[in-house]
Design a protein around this ligand. Structure first.
Ligand code: FES
Length: 285
């Protein structure tokens, strides 16, 4: 059986639902606001978790490398194992917060991913203790075992990112389907004032927000996980996603509140003879 098929068995394993609920409750202890947005990566415009995991992994791989290089690098290798443990904590928290807004099948793989990485962290913790006690042979062996565990965790994380598109921009592919020229999407007064309206642009759903005679339009699919934004709400100049509450600026499509990290693709609008015209901005064509 191929590796991908084995991981899809994990997606169907309902025994992982109780630990997924525990992770969900842990994530819910982080209140909505700046800290949660920071953990998602909103200020970066990029998910934080895949970036932050580079720090502990880099430290641990470097420690393992020092263990096999000629010369006495025991102190440096021990320091790197400890540094990795330090970096692993915020990285784990960002992953757990991301997982809270995923679908059931993604959460099940996320549980396995977290378990493998948690085991890895325990092994590195044991390696550090062994090194502190002067048992350097055990320290080296436990570091190698820890690397094996985080390698399994990393491959499960790769499945989440590449196969299940967790953290990916769910609307990106739609840009290439948009027509390049102006399209009439309906009468101005056919769109509700101050609420999101839905329009079709050659088969691509577009969200239209009208305020009097001012019209803004963007791709109608949430970048986080693909929710139909026309079913969301508008308040304080922001369009709120109906699924997980991401907020996007109506003015320019930027992310105001996560979990989404990628902004909405804004479209050019024009009103002529009471009709709303929309097109992809010239800079994108
Ligand atoms: S689909 Fe998750 S915030 Fe929109």
């Amino acid at each position: 059986m191929r590796l991908g098929e084995r991981v899809r068995e994990i997606e169907r394993d309902e025994r992982l639902d109780p630990p997924a609920s525990v992770l969900q409750r842990l994530a819910d202890t982080v209140p909505e606001g700046r800290l949660r947005d920071l953990l998602h990566g909103v200020p970066l415009g990029h998910p934080l978790h895949p970036l932050s995991v580079q720090l502990p992994l880099g430290a641990w791989f470097s420690a393992a490398l020092l263990d096999v290089l000629p010369g006495d690098h025991r102190r440096s290798a021990h320091a790197l194992v400890n540094l990795g443990l330090l970096f692993a904590l915020p990285s784990s928290v960002s992953g757990i917060v991301d997982l809270a807004d995923q679908q059931e099948r993604q959460k099940r793989v996320g549980v396995a991913h977290a378990a493998a990485n948690g085991l890895g962290s325990l092994l590195f913790g044991a390696s550090s203790a062994a090194r502190a006690a002067g048992r350097h042979g055990w320290g080296r062996a436990l570091t190698l075992a820890g690397l094996g565990a985080v390698a399994v965790g990393g491959s499960l994380g790769g499945h989440l990112a590449y196969y299940r598109a967790a953290g990916a921009n769910s609307a990106d592919y739609l840009i290439d389907l948009l027509p390049r020229d102006w399209k009439d999407v309906g009468a101005l007064d056919g769109f509700p004032d101050g609420e999101p309206g839905r329009a079709d642009l050659d088969g691509v759903e577009v969200v239209v927000v009208r305020s009097g005679t001012t019209v803004r339009a963007a791709l109608g699919t949430c970048t986080h996980a693909g929710a139909p934004l026309a079913e969301g709400t508008v308040a304080d100049g922001c369009l709120r996603c109906p699924w997980h509450g991401s907020e996007f600026s109506v003015e320019d499509g930027s992310v105001v509140r996560g979990p989404a990290t990628a902004g909405l693709e804004r479209l050019e609008t024009s009103v002529a003879d009471g009709r709303v015209l929309v097109r992809l901005p010239a800079a994108r064509t």
